[in-house]
Design a protein around this ligand. Sequence first.
Ligand SMILES: [Ca+2]
Ligand SMILES: [Ca+2]
Ligand SMILES: [Ca+2]
Ligand SMILES: [Ca+2]
Length: 278
Amino acid sequence: MMKTKNRSRLCSTVLLVLAQASLTHSLAAGDYAPAAGQPGSEAIAMNDSSIVAWATSVESLVRGPQDISNAESALASYGSGDNALGAAQGTSGGVVSLGDGGSITLGFDNPIYDGEGFDFAVFENGFSDTFLEFAFVEVSSNGSDFFRFEADYAPVNETPSQIGGFGSVDTTEYDNLAGKYKQGYGTPFDLAELEGIGDLDINNIVAIRIVDVVGSLDVSYGSTDKDGDLINDPYATPFSSSGFDLDAIGVMHAVPEPQTYAALLGLVALAISLMRRR
Ligand SMILES: [Ca+2]
Ligand SMILES: [Ca+2]
Ligand SMILES: [Ca+2]
Ligand SMILES: [Ca+2]
């Protein structure tokens, strides 16, 4: 009897704590899209039918150090560039780790264009909705000049404390950074946001560069957002899989091959001639 009472008291305490935790969480949410599966999330599942292509070549890979504040630090070394090619795997292992401030540039069989809504999505390997690492995303239409999506870090707490290497992240505080969602879910980007920038042709994107956010809140090392604010990202991560871990880049709007256009025109001509014969 006593045992049952204790157990039910324990249960109600747990429920109360959970309820308070979820209340605190929903009250504390930031301005931006929430985790995959939640209302308003922009996460793209790796098997989403809107994805028509994946990255096909590694143009460059520049590994960053495992800890940028340590001059003796080895570079990140986990995986290889090829791990970022082809379809997302949605696993911890099928990735390339960039290290602090490291970057990778990927190419595509067909250029990416600015269609309706999101045009491509970047997949990382976070194993939960709160264990995340971020990266800047840049695009190029000539393969040499890259233009960055304007990232924003807008913490609910105006004086955030450093998120540790295995710390918890609230994705609703981050915008236009890859890595907002757990493995198997991509962060989407809309090329329309870069319209009118320099010589960039948003309808002929040939390469995408992913640049690890150095999450240190120390101004000597950290990366900043569009407003010049230091971006809080798990730091330090002094191991081989340091920094952003890229799984894949999926494309929703790929420019069709010229022969596809020709084939389509052929079909239209055929349809018209068939209709005329009736
Ligand atoms: Ca678009
Ligand atoms: Ca980082
Ligand atoms: Ca990592
Ligand atoms: Ca992969």
